[in-house]
Design a protein around this ligand. Structure first.
Ligand code: URA
Length: 220
């Protein structure tokens, strides 16, 4: 469902290539748990994983299908569909690795701030062979300024991935990050579970949930 008719941030209308999960009671409860500073690491992982599953499921809804006929065990022919193209996941390290669920082929991109230029810099990319022919689920749980995402998308494009075959999945997005990414790339889709108010002076998402990578991988 497009964010234009279901956005969960009523003060911000994102561009039409942003898809916001419908804010069901379930999703709101899951988000409330992972936002709570008192949620322990085990629960943070468990409930984040549930939201990530919803995001991946929504992402798959945006992939094209072709007609497929099968024979059921009752001997009947059933005309359904199968996915048209191959898929792979690409995580932006480290936090994006938390989103590597399921069995899709996975690539990894490491981007960090260059101390001299203060710009996001590519340190490492390992992408599956033939990625230029695949749909790519780009994985990063928090879309804050959009700097790393833009760099990661540029890397994918340089490997021959078509922009309209990129689905960028995140749990929480800031309007600043959405604007930065969509003003450069209008053909990809961003799929997010919630659009927050914005960024604070330290570039953390507000209200947010703190540092996702720390809470998922190291928080006691
Ligand atoms: N990354 C995080 O983990 N949290 C934020 O609030 C912003 C970026």
């Amino acid at each position: 469902m497009s964010a234009n008719n279901s956005t969960n941030n009523h003060t911000y209308t994102p561009p039409s290539n942003v898809v916001c999960l419908p804010l069901t009671n379930q999703l709101e409860a899951l988000l409330t748990i992972i936002r709570d500073k008192d949620t322990n690491r085990g629960d943070f992982i468990f409930y984040s994983d549930r939201i990530i599953r919803l995001l991946v499921e929504e992402g798959l809804n945006h992939l094209p299908v072709v007609e497929k006929k099968v024979i059921t065990p009752t001997g009947c022919e059933f005309t359904g569909v199968s996915f048209k193209g191959k898929i792979c996941g690409v995580s932006i390290m480290r936090a994006g690795e938390a989103m590597e669920q399921g069995s899709v082929r996975i690539g990894k991109i490491l981007i960090q701030r260059d101390e001299e230029t203060a710009q996001p810099k590519l340190y490492y990319a390992k992408l599956p062979p033939g990625i230029e022919n695949r749909y790519v689920l780009l994985l990063d749980p928090m879309l804050a300024t959009g700097g790393s995402a833009i760099k990661a998308i540029e890397v994918l494009l340089s490997y021959g991935v078509k922009e309209d075959k990129i689905l960028f999945l995140n749990l929480i997005a800031a309007p600043e990050g959405i604007q930065a990414v969509t003003s450069k790339f209008s053909q990809l889709k961003i799929i997010t579970s919630f659009i927050d108010q914005g960024l604070n002076e330290k570039k953390f998402i507000i209200p947010g949930l703190g540092d996702f990578g720390d809470r998922y991988f190291t928080w006691p």
